[in-house]
Write a new protein. Structure first.
Length: 90
């Protein structure tokens, strides 16, 4: 698993669709996003969920930041388990 520090603050702002969410992200090293769009994907590497702290395994359903053209967010390698979003929404 990646051994990366957690952001100062991360929360789900809104579930926009079954495959997209809006995230509020604040980290002194990686910046601030008030309403960053994350899309659903399949984890290709092991990591740690930025919302729950649970391990992410290859093949898990996850959300990650979307890139738009040449604009790639600095937190692009971070992930949130899809199940953590479902848990947060209930």
């Amino acid at each position: 698993m990646q051994n990366e520090p957690f952001p100062l603050h991360v929360s789900v702002v809104e579930k926009l669709s079954p495959t997209t969410i809006s995230i509020c992200w604040s980290d002194p090293r990686l910046g601030h996003y008030a309403s960053q769009i994350w899309g659903m994907a399949v984890a290709r590497i092991e990591a740690v969920c930025m919302l729950s702290g649970k391990p992410i395994r290859r093949g898990d359903s996850i959300f990650r930041p979307r890139a738009y053209g040449s604009r790639v967010p600095i937190n692009r390698h971070r992930m949130i388990l899809a199940s953590a979003v479902s848990d947060a929404a209930t």
